[in-house]
Design a protein around this ligand. Structure first.
Ligand SMILES: Nc1ncnc2c1ncn2[C@@H]1O[C@H](COP(=O)(O)OP(=O)(O)OP(=O)(O)O)[C@@H](O)[C@H]1O
Length: 303
């Protein structure tokens, strides 16, 4: 039996997998604030599940994986594969959480994959797709499907904000676009909240409360639309960097919230402006509605 876990900056999901497939009914979620660390959550999960015979553990971590260790970008936790292997007597592999989502792409389907934009897939999209995660932090995973699925590690959230986003932000609110803003300073839960404060639409609301308020409050809805437009500017650079003509797959709490409002149209409006040299921008776009999708990727990878 394999234990799989997706450890984000705010939330953690755990489950059991056998023969390369996730056992959906085993999946449990924890708020990271409610546990002292990843191992405490694993202990609680295993004790609730009453499962003793774990032989493999695959942990998807929201931060860079360096050899047998990983540090969460947005929480002061360090995950040590060797220590966990000794503690649970199992083989352990660490992968980046977006890379885990990339491995899930070929098996995502059904009601938990929502179409955002139909697009047009010329020549099968060359098998190149891109997962874009906006949650506590931001990251991407370029995926190539060439018979087998190849996923690339990235740390895009830590990159400097592209100038297109910075100048669009500056146009919305002159003087507020810092030169060296990191991508996830804006595209993340805290970034969304900060943006809505900067444009004077909200004060003290959480990201989820802002999204809820969009239905009845025109100022909040307008801020969400402007924010989605900024995301469109970022997507243009991601289109040029990765040419994901087989599709873009959004994941994460902020992406799910934002795209549940009408704001997604503003993102597409910016994205679909002509790109340099006639590079096509019309790829299919999907929203991964399944919060446990990374666990499916963890279930499929070799240990
Ligand atoms: N309905 C919502 N709309 C917008 N944002 C939301 C909503 N619900 C939660 N969030 C925000 O989403 C973030 C958590 O998302 P998610 O659970 O995908 O992240 P995570 O897996 O913990 O972190 P990481 O991004 O590090 O992988 C928080 O910043 C939270 O404020």
């Amino acid at each position: 039996m394999r234990l799989v876990a997706d450890i984000g900056g705010t939330n953690m999901r755990l489950g059991l997998a056998g023969q390369g497939a996730l056992q959906q009914e085993s999946v449990r979620s924890f708020s990271n604030d409610g546990v002292s660390g990843a191992e405490a959550a694993i202990d609680r999960f295993l004790s609730d599940a009453g499962t003793a015979e774990i032989t493999e553990i695959v942990l998807a971590v929201a931060g860079p994986v360096t050899g047998r260790q990983a540090r969460l970008t947005n929480r002061d936790w360090c995950i040590d594969a060797d220590r966990i292997a000794v503690r649970y007597g199992a083989g352990v592999r660490l992968i980046n959480d977006l890379t885990a989502l990339g491995h899930a792409v070929p098996i995502l389907s059904g009601e938990l994959l929502h179409p955002v934009c139909a697009g047009s897939v010329a020549d099968g999209g060359s098998g190149q797709s891109l997962v874009v995660g906006i949650g506590t932090g931001f990251n991407v995973c370029p995926v190539i499907d060439a018979g087998e699925t190849v996923c690339f590690n990235a740390e895009m959230g830590l990159a400097t904000m592209p100038t297109g986003v910075a100048s669009a932000l500056d146009a919305l609110r002159p003087g507020l676009a810092p030169q060296f803003l990191m991508v996830e300073d804006l595209f993340s839960g805290r970034g969304f909240v900060r943006f809505c404060q900067l444009v004077g639409a909200s004060d003290g609301l959480t990201a989820a409360q802002i999204i809820d308020g969009c239905r009845t409050d025109a100022r909040l809805a307008g801020a969400a639309e402007d924010y989605a437009g900024l995301l469109g500017w970022l997507l243009r650079d991601l289109m040029l960097a990765y040419m994901p003509m087989a599709g873009i797959y959004f994941a994460g709490g902020v992406a799910r919230g934002l795209l549940s409002t009408g704001a997604g149209a503003h993102c597409l409006k910016v994205l679909h402006r002509p790109l340099p040299m006639g590079v096509p921008a019309q790829c299919p776009i999907w929203l991964i509605g399944d919060d446990a999708a990374a666990l499916q990727g963890c279930s499929r990878v070799m240990i």
